[in-house]
Ligand binder design. Structure first.
Ligand SMILES: Cc1cc2nc3c(=O)[nH]c(=O)nc-3n(C[C@H](O)[C@H](O)[C@H](O)COP(=O)(O)OP(=O)(O)OC[C@H]3O[C@@H](n4cnc5c(N)ncnc54)[C@H](O)[C@@H]3O)c2cc1C
Length: 380
């Protein structure tokens, strides 16, 4: 068995000055936001807010200037993300494009698509969604059936995608589709990624309402959707290799353990300092958050050193989901029966209780994360 080596990573005075700057900005921008709205955390979308972050230089922070980036360090970006998440800022409009779609284009379409699209992402004006899952293909992405067939000057896509978060307001999807057969030996062969304009003829987006009654994700249908050759990302047939890179961008951020901060804040606000039961239960949650933060910062440190954080990032996601999924139970145990209907705690608890089951599904299920961890440790 191999050891899991997450090196401690500390932030310096310059990072803490940036943190102060972000806090001051958020204090003004989010002044009127209720705890119930903040509980939505990175599920809340507000394009005006995204544009303001872009104007401050807090999107695309680590990217090269030629892509509209600011050439700052991954740790500076980490501080900004941490503050946005802790405040429950409405970041979802730009989140996926900034986190994974534009970085994927910079890696695999650096001269064609990235210069066209990434600067708009860094300004907080262009939003993108993830086109991986399909009906009957979630964990097992190698079984996707959406197919692109080559035509003069481009490709024609037919099929559908499922659970596509944010497609209703996004400009583009990065879609993983089948362009060849799996050649009988390698199930991961014959897939490719395309940048699809969601306004293109033949694209239909239908809402799916989740447990909270919110419209966060969608079904997206492709009926003879034409995309030019230029919209092929990287090389035809390299889709599997590329999508695993995209997934490692997707899974390595602090949002994997900072999705329910508002419930912790509400519980701490309501806690009785003289009650030992409150102190022990909330102390345990805070200690878990502390450990997860060190691990998550360690992942950011690995990214800063150019190392691959796939195993520790999966561990943070798995353990982060466990801690956050346990928090509504802690809240019920400590405050249940004494929560004033319509109060801030009531609103935050209602939302968090219903949203946490999704934390061990989105971005890869618990079983898949544990499989990745086991492989990283040499156990399978
Ligand atoms: C809130 C939310 C947002 C999402 N947003 C997007 C999005 O924007 N774009 C997108 O493409 N997808 C998105 N998804 C879909 C998500 O990626 C899939 O739900 C997830 O990958 C699981 O796929 P599935 O739902 O098909 O379940 P399945 O893969 O069918 O899994 C069902 C169960 O079987 C288990 N299982 C499956 N395979 C194995 C295995 N090999 N070993 C052990 N256990 C296994 C799983 O862990 C799970 O418990 C989103 C999902 C949620 C909940």
């Amino acid at each position: 068995m191999q050891a899991l080596d997450i090196q401690p990573c500390s932030l310096n005075a310059q990072h803490e000055r940036l943190r102060d700057e972000v806090r001051q900005f958020l204090a003004v921008e989010l002044a009127g936001m209720s705890p119930g709205e903040r509980a939505r955390n990175w599920n809340g979308a507000d394009p005006d807010f995204s544009r303001k972050l872009g104007a401050r230089g807090w999107l695309g922070m680590t990217w090269p200037k030629r892509y509209g980036g600011h050439e700052r360090s991954p740790l500076e970006r980490y501080v900004v993300l941490e503050e946005l998440l802790a405040a429950g800022a409405p970041v979802f409009a730009h989140w996926i494009a900034e986190r994974q779609s534009a970085p994927l284009l910079m890696r695999f379409a650096p001269e064609t698509l990235a210069p066209r699209v990434a600067p708009g992402v860094a300004r907080g004006e262009i939003y993108m969604c993830i086109g991986m899952s399909e009906p009957d293909s979630g964990s097992d992405l190698a079984s996707i059936r959406t197919r692109a067939v080559q035509r003069d000057g481009g490709w024609v896509i037919n099929g559908s995608k499922l659970w596509t978060s944010g497609a209703q307001f996004c400009h583009y999807m990065i879609a993983l589709v089948r362009t060849g057969s799996d050649d009988g030996k390698n199930r991961h062969a014959g897939m490719s990624q395309f940048l699809v304009d969601l306004k293109a003829p033949g694209v239909t987006i239908r809402p799916i309402y989740n447990l909270m009654g919110d419209h966060d994700f969608n079904e997206v249908f492709f009926d003879d959707v034409f995309v030019s050759d230029e919209h092929l990302i990287g090389k035809a047939g390299d889709g599997w290799n590329q999508v695993t890179t995209e997934l490692s961008f997707e899974r390595s951020g602090p949002e994997r353990y900072l999705s329910s901060t508002q419930l912790l804040i509400e519980m701490l606000n309501k806690a009785d300092a003289s009650n030992a039961h409150h102190a022990v239960s909330l102390g345990r949650v805070v200690a878990s958050y502390g450990a997860l933060r060190q691990m998550s910062l360690g992942v950011a440190g690995m990214l800063a050193r150019g190392e691959d954080p796939a195993t520790p990032a999966s561990l943070v996601k798995d353990q982060g989901a466990l801690v956050e999924q346990g928090m509504p139970d802690v809240a019920h145990e400590l405050f249940g029966g004494r929560i004033v209907p319509g109060s801030d705690l009531d609103a935050v608890m209602r939302y968090t209780t219903r949203v946490v089951p999704s934390f061990s599904l989105r971005g890869g299920t618990r079983e898949i994360m544990r499989g990745i961890i086991a492989r990283g440790l040499g156990l399978r």
